[in-house]
Design a protein around this ligand. Structure first.
Ligand code: UDP
Length: 317
């Protein structure tokens, strides 16, 4: 297959490039590099089955030649209150890439008769009242809260994807990605894993926001990418959760990072650190992925953290 991937220089996008090339496909990665980074795809430069195009997909997209699939993975994704690459600092860009970027990516898929997959998010469930979250849950999202620039953009993107599917018959997929971690996350994007890794590798206390009782379920990136690949190759237009159902508190997660990094320091609670609307609990119900894709995560947290720490050690050093 010849595949266009928007956000191809990002954390998940670049791992997808590797996976697709490894399976024998050819890849065009498109990225404007505001949150992605060229070093994530540098090792692919010079291959004749890989091309990088620096472009903002919120502007019109032009691709020469046939395409078999379009994967729309471009978007800021960190909810950090302070990081310049978080969506709270890029609110209009985030709304544009979820709305106009999705429109353009769907337009390319329609014009090329290509399959389309949208990178959606567990944020469509907001601060969920149903736990764990099944794909049938409609969510609990504040449409005017600070996180709405991301949550509502992704909800709109899902609606647009289904409209292209129903109206134009585009062969679409929607993956709802839960918290994912691994090499190539930005060190300073403010999310829990890179923040904790950076602090722990410098021997500092790690900053746990609130009282650390909020939960997340962290999936190692290779597991996520395998799930997305299987979804792309399936024939499922309905949304599918891909994530790890192993749920832990942020406090436990911080302690796990301190353990794998042998951080001599401890935890520092930051009572007012949480963003407004920060979900109190999050865990995917992955019955649909298990049933339809025969997929479930295989990498335990400690193993994934060990692999991740090697990457961050080089960045912090
Ligand atoms: N968090 C934290 N310390 C940090 C960064 C994040 O305690 O330095 C918390 C944050 O408040 C949230 C959880 O970790 O409850 C996960 O946050 P992240 O930014 O990784 O992503 P989210 O799951 O909220 O999209």
């Amino acid at each position: 297959m010849r595949i266009l991937i928007t956000g191809g220089a990002g954390f998940i996008g670049s791992h997808l490039c590797d996976r697709l090339l490894g399976a024998g496909h050819s890849v065009i990665a498109m990225d404007n590099l505001i949150t992605g980074h060229i070093r994530n795809i540098q090792h692919l430069a010079g291959r004749d089955d890989f091309r990088f195009v620096k472009h903002n997909v919120s502007e019109d997209i032009f691709v020469d030649g046939p395409l078999d699939a379009v994967m729309h993975f471009a978007s800021p994704a960190s909810p950090s209150k302070t990081a310049p690459t978080g969506y709270l600092q890029l609110p209009i860009q985030t709304l544009k890439v979820g709305a106009l970027g999705t429109l353009h990516a769907l337009g390319v898929a329609k014009a090329k008769s290509a399959r389309f997959i949208l990178a959606s998010t567990s944020e469509v469930y907001g601060d969920p009242l149903e736990h764990p979250q099944k794909e049938t849950y409609w969510g609990h999202v504040d449409p005017v809260g600070p996180r709405s620039v991301y949550d509502e953009a992704k909800r709109f993107a899902e609606a647009l994807t289904m409209a292209y599917h129903r109206t134009h018959g585009v062969d679409t997929r929607i993956v709802r990605i839960f918290n994912t971690y691994g090499p190539r996350m930005r060190l300073r994007d403010g999310r829990a894993l890179p923040a904790f890794m950076g602090q722990a590798l410098r021997g500092e206390d790690v900053t746990v926001f609130g009282d650390g009782s909020q939960t997340r379920s962290f999936c190692y990136v290779s597991d996520l990418v395998e799930g997305i690949y299987r979804l792309l190759m399936s024939d499922t237009a309905d949304p599918v959760n891909i994530g790890n159902p192993h749920e832990i508190t942020i406090r436990e997660f911080a302690e796990a990072v301190n353990r794998v990094t042998a951080n001599p320091a401890g935890l520092r609670l930051v009572p007012d650190g949480r963003t407004q609307g920060d979900p109190q609990q999050r865990r995917p119900d992955i019955t649909r992925a298990r049933t339809l894709l025969n997929w479930e995560p295989a990498v335990p947290l400690e193993t994934g953290l060990q692999r991740t720490v090697e990457y961050f050690r080089n960045l912090v050093a």
